[in-house]
Design a protein. Structure first.
Length: 318
């Protein structure tokens, strides 16, 4: 059975936005009204990231379990998943960003993943979505780098399983894994009994990959799905630019693309109905989290997404 969730990112376009409790309540209730039952959080650091890590969740909601209670009070079931980017540092423990391709970073990454996995379980979630490699500026990984990354994420998968949480690796269109067939090489090196794949349809399409082929041919079990609709392809290889997270993803790169990811019903690159049919054919049962970030009108995007799922796509979502 598919469970429907929504990614919270679009409510925070700037670092100092979306920090008040009343704003959180409005957002979660809007997501529930739109017909979704769970919310996905993304990692971050500092007091301006109330949903960014277990320490900030505790500071704002008392604990991870306290956040789950807050979500239920907003008519949601709780946490669908938590995304962790270990390549970014955290003020909370004075850590710098780690690189899974470096064997010396493995223990620190495992420790960070356990921190998030425990809180994920306490908040009612069972999936930790991880960014498996740094951005394109870091360059391609050689064989030893791929082996180190696979060893790292296998160890993470083993560690998060202790909390009943699945580790799912996610492709993003800014990833260095776009170089030298890195993504395919990494998937082939991972242990499918320890790690699953998080299919992010929009990120795959924006990176020049076919989401339907990823669903059909994934060597890993599919542990999570993020349903997003890419409106453009990074065919200029701007993922290699320094600071691409801001200069490309948020500012649109040299073409000033206003939105990399649009509404599900937009005339984009992702055939949403075909994706859902492919998931059903594969027997997928888990969370499908809709992502329309960045959106200039977050509530409108959530409501439109829910309406589209429950009307035009009703035949393939049942």
């Amino acid at each position: 059975m598919i469970k429907w969730g929504y990614l919270l990112d679009q409510w925070k376009p700037q670092f100092d936005d979306f920090v008040r409790r009343r704003d959180h309540e409005r957002a979660l209730k809007t997501i529930a009204i739109a017909g979704f039952s769970g919310v996905q959080l993304s990692s971050g650091s500092g007091r301006w990231e109330p949903f960014g890590n277990p320490q900030q969740l505790a500071a704002n909601f008392g604990s991870a379990a306290g956040f789950a209670e807050f979500a239920r009070a907003c008519a949601l079931d709780g946490l669908a998943a938590w995304s962790l980017d270990v390549t970014a540092g955290f003020h909370e423990d004075l850590s710098s960003g780690a690189d899974p391709r470096r064997a010396t970073d493995r223990d620190a990454i495992v420790g960070k993943a356990k921190w998030f996995a425990e809180a994920t379980a306490q908040a009612g979630g069972d999936v930790l979505v991880v960014r498996p490699a740094p951005a394109g500026q870091a360059g391609p990984a050689d064989d030893s780098g791929i082996a180190a990354a696979a060893d790292c994420w296998n160890a993470v998968g083993r560690a998060t399983a202790e909390f009943g949480v699945t580790t799912a690796v996610r492709f993003d269109f800014l990833s260095s894994l776009r170089l030298a067939d890195g993504w395919d090489r990494l998937l082939a090196a991972l242990d499918p009994s320890l790690v699953s794949a998080a299919i992010d349809t929009g990120e795959l399409a924006a990176g020049g990959r076919d989401p339907l082929a990823e669903i059909a041919d994934s060597p890993l079990p599919i542990g999570h799905v993020i349903l997003s609709n890419a409106l453009a392809v990074d065919d200029l290889d701007e993922f290699l630019r320094p600071g691409a997270e801001f200069s490309v993803r948020r500012s649109g790169g040299s073409r000033s693309i206003p939105h990399w990811f649009g509404e599900l019903e937009d005339d984009g690159l992702v055939d949403v109905a075909a994706v859902l049919a492919a998931l059903r054919e594969r027997g997928y049962a888990g969370w499908v989290v809709v992502n329309t970030a960045p959106s200039p009108h977050p509530a409108t995007s959530a409501l439109l997404s829910g309406y589209h799922l429950h009307t035009a796509l009703q035949g393939v979502t049942a």
